[in-house]
Design a protein around this ligand. Structure first.
Ligand code: ZN
Length: 292
């Protein structure tokens, strides 16, 4: 049974938090760490899982459980097989896969209020009658090799027809967190600043700064010399164009697929190739061509 609301236990008392509005809460960072099941008498701590490949939802805090008489206490239904991890492969993402992720995310990022309401209604409908699946402990685990996405040169190149590994999608910079360090993710949010340093041809660097819808935070996308080594030569002039547009207050939404790294004690994303960047859902060059 889907949980649509939880109770935030704040210093100034309790507050009902709805699934659809938690991200817009002014104290989102504080709220998401202090939410509990809203059923009377249930003390289950909850966690918010932002939209990624799956829809946004509330889940139980790991290790916590609803009280036996809570309506959210799981209805057991066997059949979900246990899995045993045999190993991890890293596969390099194909260009068309990265492109597909970024253009799909841009569509969802910019959907109109009507579209958003229609989508949420479909999601609610889909979830209404679903029962929770439980892992069947008596069964032999299914053995599997986890395929991790990567965009750097160290990954195996996928053979034609092999399944693309799934890439966690972050629809706002507010969702990027330390547990994602070193992993490959997709991110989309608004550009507020671009700084290019092209003085030394062997040490080219760009930093694209993003902000969230409420402009409460900033987050840096780092393009190191490795990015420039693997991109076309005229990417410099394209990035200069983007810098100019940002300085003039141009409305640009950046999509990026890259690795979460730490720089100067802050989480950032390092992007390794130009095909892992998009502006307003389009490859950088296509975007610049269209805006003239
Ligand atoms: Zn509960």
């Amino acid at each position: 049974m889907t949980v649509f609301e939880v109770t935030y236990r704040g210093v100034n008392g309790n507050e009902v938090i709805e699934l659809e509005s938690i991200e817009g809460h002014v104290d989102y960072e504080e709220v998401k760490r202090n939410i509990y099941c809203s059923t009377r008498g249930c003390d289950c701590r909850m966690a918010y899982v932002p939209r990624g490949i799956k829809v946004a939802h509330f889940r139980k805090w790991r290790g916590d459980e609803h009280s036996l008489d809570c309506e959210h206490y799981v209805d057991t239904e066997g059949g979900n097989q246990r899995r045993r991890r045999l190993g991890i492969n890293s596969s390099r993402l194909r260009t068309d896969h990265k492109k597909g992720i970024m253009s799909d995310m841009y569509k969802k990022y910019t959907e109109s209020d009507d579209d958003k309401e229609a989508r949420r209604e479909r999601e609610r409908e889909n979830r209404r009658n679903r029962t929770n699946k439980r892992v069947e402990k008596s069964q032999e685990p299914l053995e599997e090799i986890v395929n991790k996405p990567t965009t750097d040169n160290g990954g195996e190149v996928l053979l034609e027809g092999e399944r693309n590994p799934s890439v966690p999608r972050n629809y706002s910079i507010i969702h990027v967190n330390r547990t994602q360090l070193d992993s490959t993710i997709a991110l989309i949010d608004k550009i507020i600043d671009v700084k290019n340093d092209f003085d030394n041809p062997n040490e080219k660097r760009s930093v694209i700064t993003l902000t969230d819808i409420n402009q409460t935070m900033t987050f840096r996308i780092i393009l190191d010399p490795v990015f420039f080594a693997q991109s076309s030569l005229n990417i410099d002039s394209a990035l200069k164009g983007v810098e100019q547009r940002a300085a003039n207050g141009g409305n640009m939404v950046l999509g990026a697929v890259g690795q979460v790294i730490e720089r100067e004690n802050e989480l950032c994303i390092s992007v390794f190739e130009q095909d892992a960047l998009s502006i307003n859902g389009k490859p950088v060059f296509v975007y610049l061509l269209n805006v003239g």
